[in-house]
Design a protein around this ligand. Structure first.
Ligand SMILES: *[C@@H]1O[C@H](CO)[C@@H](O)[C@H](O)[C@H]1NC(C)=O
Ligand SMILES: *[C@@H]1O[C@H](CO)[C@@H](O)[C@H](O)[C@H]1NC(C)=O
Ligand SMILES: *[C@@H]1O[C@H](CO)[C@@H](O)[C@H](O)[C@H]1NC(C)=O
Length: 402
């Protein structure tokens, strides 16, 4: 369930009709946090994956951070599983496929690295009774694997459920861990057919885990402590079907978070990165469905050169045309932008349109002159009506003789 659905539930679940979202009068606090995190990322040579992921979820994608993030992947072998999971999620939030990351040392599959690390966690659990790192990291691993639709997610989730069963009485899950478990299992649950044994086990665990998170809800609205509240909000917003309506006083939680934010509670970037997604109505699960920006246009550099008959000229322009356009479209775009210089005329032939004149200079059979089209220095083997330039291609129209 999305956070907006929670907003609706909260509206009907509380006595006041106030919506459970950041009130517009306090929106500036959220914008301020976002700006603060953005500035932090700009200054870091190694940006924190959780911070860039939070910013991407909030819609402020800083594409320069991608490169720096990718550079850091070379250290993947020495990272803990949870750190690798954060890289998987943050790359995905940039719409970079974590299964095929172009690094300086070749292409890297970060998802299969995570699968290996997760299997080590599980093996360690069966050997010693605890995961290699923490339950929190194991849950984060499962979340990232699930977001990437790795078949290993389900297996690891089964182990996590086992751990939780053995753990309940000892209360060995703090709010952060419980929230991460809820996010991970909720993701696995979403991709599952109803009624299976595994689905039943996940449902039962999510009931237990959400109850535990809600037990930590304080009168003030804080869940656990102020720093665990962000993740708890994310968890509770995707698991509403597993706890009673109205059990989470989400308006109170948001009000208190904003009050603490005003007092400067989230100046630490990691803390800020955990609270930001819930304040913009997003959770880590949304990383899977972020609308990846992709430019529908390609860039074409276009030069017209005449060194044959005076007055000589040599003009260049850069135009954008929709992907898949033929060269003629780029010529038209250039003419549209600067008709004085890039005007041209075509004649239709049985091979399609042929450019006979550019900038008032006509090809002539008497002089054996024509407009030759080249890609860089290589003559094109197709006409302007069928040749499709690629992104950043340099097309040259050169007045030539034959
Ligand atoms: C793509 O090109 C069209 C027309 O040239 C323009 O309207 C549109 O804004 C461009 N889109 C982007 C994302 O640059
Ligand atoms: C045309 O102009 C560009 C830069 O303005 C220059 O690099 C190029 O050599 C010129 N071409 C010719 C053939 O003069
Ligand atoms: C170039 O050709 C066009 C179209 O055939 C014609 O209208 C124009 O007068 C010609 N210009 C010159 C300078 O010959």
């Amino acid at each position: 369930m999305s956070l907006s659905a929670v907003v609706l539930l909260c509206m009907f679940g509380t006595v006041t009709s106030e919506a459970c979202a950041v009130p517009s009068a306090q929106q500036w606090l959220v914008t301020g946090l976002q700006t603060q995190l953005e500035n932090g990322v700009k200054q870091q040579s190694s940006p924190s994956p959780s911070v860039v992921m939070a910013l991407n979820l909030a819609g402020g994608r800083d594409s320069t951070a991608t490169k720096r993030l990718i550079q850091d992947i070379k250290g993947i072998k020495d990272m803990t599983s949870g750190k690798v999971a954060l890289y998987v999620l943050s790359l995905q939030s940039f719409c970079v496929d974590p299964k095929d990351v172009p690094t300086a040392g070749g292409r890297v599959n970060v998802v299969s690295a995570l699968e290996e690390k997760t299997n080590e966690e599980i093996k360690h659990y069966y050997d010693t009774g605890t995961p290699k790192t923490t339950n929190y990291q194991l849950a984060l691993d499962i979340l990232a694997l699930c977001v990437e639709k790795s078949p290993d997610a389900k297996n690891a989730a089964a182990t996590l459920i086992k751990i939780i069963k053995g753990c309940q009485s000892k209360g060995c899950f703090d709010v952060d861990t419980a929230a991460m478990v809820a996010l991970a299992l909720s993701c696995v649950h979403d991709g599952m057919s109803k009624g299976s044994k595994m689905e039943g086990a996940i449902t039962e665990t999510l009931r237990v885990i959400t109850a535990q998170i809600l037990d930590s809800q304080q009168e003030s609205g804080i869940i656990g402590n102020i720093y665990s509240t962000g993740l708890a909000m994310q968890a509770l917003s995707v698991t509403t079907e597993f706890y009673p309506a109205g059990a989470w006083k989400c308006t109170k939680t948001i009000d208190e978070v904003l009050r603490k934010m005003y007092e400067g509670a989230f100046t630490n970037p990691e803390a800020g990165s955990q609270i930001l997604p819930s304040l913009v109505g997003k959770t880590y699960l949304d990383v899977a469905t972020l609308n990846c920006f992709s430019d529908p246009n390609i860039t074409v550099h276009y030069t017209v050169i005449n060194q044959l008959i005076g007055p000589y000229f040599n003009y260049s322009i850069t135009v954008k045309v929709p992907k898949g356009s033929v060269l003629l479209a780029a010529l038209e775009a250039a003419q549209h932008v600067n008709p004085t210089i890039f005007s041209f005329q075509t004649e239709s032939t049985s091979w399609g349109p042929m450019v006979i004149s550019i900038h008032g200079v006509n090809g002539s059979s008497d002089d054996k002159t024509y407009w030759q089209f080249l890609s860089g220095e290589k003559p094109l083997d197709q006409g302007v009506g069928s040749y499709k330039p690629t992104d950043n291609e340099h097309i040259v129209a050169k007045f030539s003789t034959y």
